[in-house]
Ligand binder design. Structure first.
Ligand code: DGT
Ligand code: MG
Ligand code: MG
Ligand code: MG
Ligand code: MG
Length: 281
């Protein structure tokens, strides 16, 4: 028997290399977290322990993969962003996605008992995540992607906060609250919260209103400075020498991963942290 007899099956594998020199976003999302959050009685609308656990798992992913330059999390989802210069796994989509999903899931399960000490995990309610990779060919597109997720966070949180306040404090049935909120805009929900319940939505916790942003911190934040040109990024790492690549990796590994709950829609966040876009370091 020879190897050659069977080796032709290798040719059935499909190439899945992502376009060079583009931002890669890997978004993961909890599978069936509606049921899972019911089973483990997550607080509605926001369970701080569940969000802290998501963030802790994401920090571990950032630490293990120095090619990641930023991540954004809300609810049961996380978006991990690879810089256009990234050459990890030759940019093969399946390898990037499966590595992120399994690394995240492993840490999520490992850390579960720290955040939910009185609620041991039990089958069939075991956390798992799906994932996909999407490329964005310009920094403007990447910025718009990040803005899209943060706006989604805001819209959902305002709705959920209003809905659950009407149910929990206002004594409305789920159906009645849903009915009353149908067709309302943000201003209406703010007014319901304020006039009926004395709640100023602005005073709700930032982590709920803005989601969570993870990035590496290298030095004290710079005061406002001239913004880096929108599409000015490092050359692909293939064009950098081995030692240059290793130096970058080391710097990134040593950097502290920050968990922040701030606006990433406006320019300010990016202008103060130019290394996220520039990829230096
Ligand atoms: P999927 O993603 O299609 O497998 O299905 P789900 O059920 O994961 O749906 P998805 O991802 O659209 O929505 C996230 C669910 O997770 C949503 O039903 C509410 C739940 N969830 C996420 N974070 C919290 C939380 O902090 N508290 C509570 N009570 N539920 C949460
Ligand atoms: Mg989903
Ligand atoms: Mg989900
Ligand atoms: Mg989700
Ligand atoms: Mg192997």
């Amino acid at each position: 028997l020879t190897m050659q007899r069977f080796e032709y099956v290798k040719d059935f594998e499909q190439p899945d290399v992502l376009l060079p020199n583009t931002w890669i976003v890997v978004r993961i999302d909890g599978r069936g977290f509606h049921k899972l959050s019911d089973h483990y009685a997550f607080v509605k609308p926001n369970d701080r322990r569940a969000l802290d656990l998501m963030n802790a798992a994401a920090v571990e992913v950032m630490k293990e993969l120095p090619d990641l330059c930023i991540a954004y999390g809300v609810s049961d989802e996380y978006s991990f962003v690879f810089h256009p210069s990234c050459q990890l796994f030759e940019r093969r989509s399946a390898k990037l996605v499966t590595t992120i999903v399994s690394t995240f899931t492993a840490h999520y399960i490992y850390l579960w008992s720290t955040y939910f000490p009185s609620k041991p995990l039990q089958p069939p309610y075991l956390p798992s995540f799906d994932g996909r990779a999407v490329i964005y060919p310009s920094t403007r597109l990447l910025r718009d992607y990040m803005s899209w997720r943060q706006v989604d966070c805001h819209i959902n949180n305002l709705y959920n906060t209003t809905f659950w306040t009407m149910v929990q404090q206002g004594g409305l049935s789920n159906t009645d609250a849903e009915q009353e909120l149908k067709g309302t805009v943000s201003a209406d929900k703010n007014e319901i919260l304020f006039k009926r319940f004395g709640i100023n939505y602005n005073n709700e916790e930032e982590i709920y209103k803005k989601g969570s942003v993870l990035y590496r911190q290298y030095e004290l934040e710079e005061p406002k400075q001239k913004p880096a040109a929108q599409d000015e990024v490092s050359p692909p790492e293939a064009k950098q020498s081995r030692s240059q690549q290793d130096k970058l990796k080391k710097l990134r590994r040593k950097a502290q991963v920050i968990v922040d709950h701030i606006d990433i829609i406006k320019d300010d966040f990016w202008e103060r942290r130019p290394w996220i876009i520039s990829g230096k370091p």
